[in-house]
Design a protein around this ligand. Structure first.
Ligand code: HEC
Ligand code: HEC
Ligand code: HEC
Ligand code: HEC
Ligand code: HEC
Ligand code: HEC
Ligand code: HEC
Ligand code: HEC
Length: 333
């Protein structure tokens, strides 16, 4: 299929490009950065969307932080037919500030140069985003107006078969994780993305307030713990779990130990539990977990600690009352 072939071919030409269009093409109108636009910050590096506002341009080159991309051929009849004056790229932003220069060519001649500064935010502390950058939403009436000719932008009927979900075409990536979260896998996107005001698909409830909706049994158990784990009691489920999916089981955002150590760094540095014959602490990874023989599970922090809390100190697994009882889950067996 021409469009598909085109999209794939273009993608191999560069790290970036995908699609384009132009319904209200005005000759020589300056190009518009649709998403993200100049001086905005993003948390993902998924799309960079430009409207050229003319169909006269034959080539476009995108330079990010002084690294020039390939010349993208946008003048072919096939390209025009599918995408018109739209340019949909998959950028690879560098963390922090990105200086973007987009050059448009007519044959050999450079006819336009436009620039934008985009801040790619990686981390948890939003206070670190410089104040001159503003947040941005793709799903506002003005921006959606540009897409609606070619894409179904309706939130209705999002649940069910993937091909019937209007979210599918553009948000495939959310589903490509190895472990996909239940409601994301069934395209029940709108359950969580109820929207608010101008941000059509904003998530209005977060963490525990959202998760316990469906995981009511977990809510009952977690809230009943005598010793609830700090971040769980604070409803910070999303710190550890990705609501869409991830490479790790239970949609964890990283390996168990990496997640735990991101807050409990002292455990990495110190001697945990015992000084063994080698002078180091107890083994915390890389060996089969003897308390779960045949499960294929390896030793990790959750071999001994319940990640959500417990009725015994340190949330020991199997409600082990003390150190000795815990040791016996694996030793002297
Ligand atoms: C025409 C393509 C397209 C369609 C259809 C689409 N999206 Fe998006 N959406 C985007 C792009 C592009 C972004 C910008 C972020 C990115 O690059 O992933 C975005 C961003 C978002 C965001 C982040 C907040 C925001 O407003 O920028 C949410 C949430 C979202 N989409 C949900 C949905 C849901 C739910 C559906 C289905 C009802 C949907 N989208 C349909 C293209 C689309
Ligand atoms: C002139 C028609 C047209 C317009 C307007 C248009 N697109 Fe597209 N778009 C396409 C076509 C054709 C595809 C390829 C569809 C496919 O691969 O199934 C596509 C694919 C996409 C993809 C998926 C790219 C991929 O393969 O990962 C995204 C994301 C997207 N468009 C976003 C948008 C957004 C956001 C807007 C509005 C700002 C928009 N498009 C406006 C025609 C258009
Ligand atoms: C279990 C609830 C839940 C479901 C189901 C869900 N999302 Fe989300 N989604 C979230 C949360 C929470 C965020 C983070 C919002 C934020 O940071 O403002 C988010 C963020 C996003 C974003 C913004 C980029 C990002 O990853 O931070 C996009 C795009 C998105 N979701 C698309 C989708 C699509 C498409 C579906 C359906 C296939 C879907 N979501 C299903 C909860 C959900
Ligand atoms: C719309 C309902 C719904 C919401 C909201 C929801 N979940 Fe889920 N969740 C499910 C379903 C359905 C499954 C799949 C259950 C299964 O396979 O046993 C699931 C599975 C999971 C699993 C894997 C459980 C397992 O045993 O494999 C985890 C972890 C999880 N959800 C965490 C969360 C977190 C964290 C949130 C909040 C960000 C959340 N869920 C919000 C419905 C929901
Ligand atoms: C400190 C990190 C962390 C936080 C915070 C956290 N979880 Fe988990 N969660 C985990 C880990 C790790 C596992 C996997 C445990 C295992 O493999 O034995 C897990 C497993 C799960 C499971 C599947 C197994 C089970 O116990 O049912 C569900 C459901 C779940 N979490 C829901 C939640 C909800 C809801 C919240 C917020 C109230 C939350 N989690 C907060 C780390 C966390
Ligand atoms: C977001 C930060 C965060 C993450 C991630 C985190 N913890 Fe915690 N943890 C805390 C806080 C806060 C406390 C409460 C500290 C206190 O009460 O002194 C705590 C307490 C604990 C305690 C009890 C300490 C005591 O002295 O009673 C244990 C055990 C523990 N965490 C284990 C884990 C494990 C295992 C993981 C990974 C599954 C993990 N933590 C991930 C923040 C975190
Ligand atoms: C083999 C069992 C076992 C494993 C695996 C384990 N712990 Fe512990 N942990 C304990 C015991 C036992 C204690 C009680 C304190 C003591 O006796 O030293 C404890 C105490 C703690 C405490 C509270 C006291 C302190 O040292 O701050 C934290 C936090 C903690 N563990 C985090 C972790 C993290 C993070 C991991 C994974 C990197 C982990 N534990 C792996 C057994 C274990
Ligand atoms: C979840 C299972 C598990 C628990 C609980 C556990 N261990 Fe271990 N322990 C292991 C594994 C696995 C090894 C590595 C065995 C090997 O090297 O063959 C190990 C090794 C050791 C060693 C080193 C043995 C040697 O030959 O150097 C000591 C000492 C030790 N554990 C003490 C303890 C103590 C004390 C406790 C209770 C506070 C405890 N363990 C709880 C799984 C566990």
């Amino acid at each position: 299929m021409a469009v598909k072939f085109l999209a794939i071919r273009i993608r191999t030409l560069t790290v970036a490009l995908i699609c384009l269009l132009a319904f209200t093409a005005q000759a020589l109108a300056a190009m518009t950065f649709i998403y993200p636009d100049d001086k905005s910050w993003v948390v993902r590096s998924d799309h960079f969307i430009i409207k050229l506002n003319t169909v006269d341009v034959t080539g476009v080159r995108v330079n990010v932080n002084n690294v020039p991309g390939d010349l993208l051929e946008v003048g072919t009849p096939e390209y025009r037919k599918a995408f018109r004056d739209m340019l949909i790229l998959q950028p690879l932003w560098d963390p922090g500030k990105n200086q973007v220069v987009v050059e448009a060519f007519k044959g050999e001649e450079r006819v336009e140069t436009a620039t934008a500064e985009i801040f790619y935010f990686v981390g948890n502390d939003y206070a670190l985003i410089p104040p001159e950058y503003k947040p941005i939403s793709l799903h506002t009436p003005e921006r959606e107006k540009v897409c609606v000719h070619c894409h179904n932008m309706s939130a209705a009927a999002t649940a069910g078969v993937e091909k019937e979900s209007p979210c599918f075409t553009c948000h495939r990536k959310v589903l490509t994780a190895r472990y996909v979260h239940g409601p994301t896998g069934t395209y029940s996107c709108a359950y969580c993305h109820t929207g608010t005001g101008r941000m059509k698909y904003a998530v209005t409830r977060r963490g525990g307030a959202l998760c316990y909706d469906c995981h009511t049994d977990r809510g009952t158990v977690f809230k009943g713990f005598k010793y609830p784990h700090g971040p769980v009691a604070a409803g910070m489920c999303e710190y550890c779990h990705d609501p869409h999916g991830s490479f790790y089981a239970m949609q964890l955002r990283g390996s168990v130990n990496d997640i735990c150590l991101s807050c409990h760094e002292s455990v990495r540095k110190g001697i945990h539990i015992v000084r063994t014959a080698t002078g180091e602490g107890h083994i915390l990874s890389g060996r089969p977990d003897p308390s779960k023989p045949g499960s294929g599970r390896e030793m990790s922090c959750v071999s001994c600690h319940d990640p959500h809390g417990g009725d015994v100190r340190y949330y020991f697994q199997s409600k082990a009352e003390d150190r000795m009882a815990l040791c016996q889950l694996c030793h002297n067996k």
